[in-house]
Design a protein around this ligand. Structure first.
Ligand SMILES: O=C(C[C@H]1NCCC[C@H]1O)Cn1cnc2c(c1=O)CCCC2
Ligand SMILES: [Mg+2]
Length: 508
């Protein structure tokens, strides 16, 4: 069968690999492991996001740039404090042709070290602030862990924004502006709900000051997933790279600028696939679907007269034209030698949000028959009304996909104030909101305490599969409720006062 051979419920990771392959989004790059080919279906989605985000940040005054993809060990030295953290992931070029390079160069895993020496050169006066550049590119991180399309690849597409501001307050405002754009990409374009919040010390970008994040939730396995990040770097990098301006308030005095960096990657596509897909394959929100409506001719049997066939064909073209002029991305499937049923399966596999079946019987009643990809609901629409009813139906599909995913996330994001209830909650595919002291050491302990080791006890009838411990996902800006005065951190081995509710979960 061309379709998906496993159920999403029974074998989520194989289901996911099959969907991205059979929906023609991805091809494995067999030459080198950890790399994937992104095909037109993927690039269409990425380009919708890129067009929307580009327009939004241009309106904010961000300009586009493009820096080289290589960086020297020298400039890496400058940010040595957090280089050792990620040295293992760096890919190096050591030869050109048959000659060794005098100085090996690294492929960018991110571009701070590439860009900031030039920020130091270009940013002189406070009049140069706010200084804001963004680039769309790919970066390479030689992941040691198992890779998977979109979610963890050794090279991925992203955008990286890098800005400089006069004050912490101005930088902080932009951090949240960008985070909200990221949230809108998820919620309005991909129909994926996210929780906005701040990363804990353990989970923030080590080189930065603080990290804000949008966190997703995968119902199939109850795991959290980081969706995109907007960091305030503070003055850490401007001190490393000597990016200063004259203090407008005090002649001769120089101040280090306050910087932000923010990134969203093709991981967002994997999140969308995992949340909306089903056992028939991909389910695409209309906003990002290259084909929003596929028209499949039906009922053209041998008994149909030439005359009926001709008028049916002409009417089908009229239907297509009407939809196209109503702004609906429409196509028709006239492939010879394939049954309508085969075509239905193929377009369902590819996630097309709305199918229109049109046959002589429909023509006679002056209607089209439709089938929604998300719910499977079928119905008819008078041909005279398709110019308005079909766009409305696509909007409904977009909204319903979001509403369904939101309900699932809300239902599986639970406040837990009894330590004994944490693991059962995780095992029931929840992420938890717990009173937490926010101490890094305590967070390490919580991860350890919630990691169920392989159950060696001989009497274990079914050996307990080891399950990963829970990590902090974020400190939600929107707290579930007021933390009662004097509430203790939920970690039984910690006696500190809880600072807030923090969202924890097993995660990607
Ligand atoms: O990339 C960032 C910070 C920042 N980079 C620019 C876009 C936004 C934001 O992700 C953090 N970071 C994450 N992961 C890695 C690195 C790294 O700096 C560098 C080496 C490889 C692994
Ligand atoms: Mg990483």
């Amino acid at each position: 069968i061309i379709g998906i051979t496993v159920s999403k419920q029974d074998n989520f990771s194989q289901w996911y690999q099959e969907v991205v392959l059979k929906a023609e989004m991805i091809e494995y790059y067999n030459e080198i492991s950890g790399f994937f080919i992104m095909r037109p279906a993927t690039m269409y989605i990425w380009n919708v996001i890129r067009k929307w985000f580009t327009a939004e940040i241009e309106a904010l005054g961000v300009d586009e740039t493009n820096f080289p993809m290589f960086l020297s060990a020298k400039s890496l030295e400058k940010e040595k404090d957090h280089v050792e953290g990620f040295a293992p992931e760096l890919a190096w070029v050591t030869k050109a042709g048959d000659k060794n390079l005098e100085v090996p160069v690294a492929v960018r895993p991110t571009s701070e070290a590439v860009m900031y020496p030039y920020y130091a050169k270009w940013i002189r006066s406070h009049r140069d602030l706010p200084f804001r550049l963004n680039q769309w590119n790919s970066v390479v991180r030689w992941e040691a862990k198992q890779t998977t399309p979109f979610l963890r690849a050794r090279e991925f597409l992203w955008q990286e924004g890098h800005t400089a501001h006069l004050t912490e307050k101005l930088a902080g405002e932009e951090v949240l502006q960008i985070l909200e754009l990221y949230a809108r990409i998820y919620e309005e374009i991909l129909a994926v709900p996210v929780v906005r919040g701040k990363k804990t010390e353990n989970e923030k970008f080590a080189g930065g000051y603080y990290t804000t994040t949008v966190e997703g939730y995968i119902p199939s396995n109850g795991r959290g997933i980081q969706g995109a990040t907007s960091h305030c770097l503070g003055q850490n990098f401007s001190k490393m790279f000597d990016i200063t301006v004259e203090d407008p308030a005090e002649k001769g005095k120089h101040i280090n600028v306050w910087q932000n960096s923010w990134g969203l990657s093709t991981r967002v596509i994997g999140v969308m696939v995992m949340i909306h897909g089903d056992d028939k394959g991909l389910v695409l929100p209309p906003r990002i679907s290259k084909i929003q409506v596929i028209i499949v001719p039906v009922g053209i049997t041998k008994s149909v007269t030439e005359e009926v066939k001709a008028s049916h064909a002409a009417q089908l073209q009229d239907i297509k034209k009407t939809l196209l002029s109503a702004g609906v991305r429409t196509d028709e499937d006239q492939r010879e030698g394939y049954t309508p049923a085969w075509k239905f399966n193929d377009w369902e596999l590819k996630g097309v949000p709305l199918r229109i079946e049109f046959g002589p019987k429909d023509a006679a009643k002056e209607v089209v028959s439709y089938a929604r990809r998300d719910t499977g609901e079928k119905g008819t629409i008078p041909i005279a009304e398709i110019g308005t009813k079909v766009p409305e139906l696509l909007e409904t599909i977009q909204k319903d996909l979001y509403t369904k995913a939101k309900a699932s996330f809300d239902e599986h994001r639970v406040v837990v104030e009894d330590w004994e209830k944490v693991t059962p909650a995780l095992d029931a595919k929840n992420v938890v909101l717990i009173p937490f002291c926010q101490e890094p050491k305590c967070e390490d302990k919580i991860k350890d305490l919630t990691t169920t080791k392989h159950d060696e006890s001989p009497d274990a009838s079914v050996p307990q599969a080891p399950s990963m411990g829970m990590k902090s996902l974020c400190i939600p800006f929107e707290q579930p409720k007021q933390l009662a005065e004097g509430t203790k951190c939920l970690n039984p081995e910690c006696q500190a006062t809880a600072q807030s509710y923090v969202m924890f979960g097993r995660s990607y």
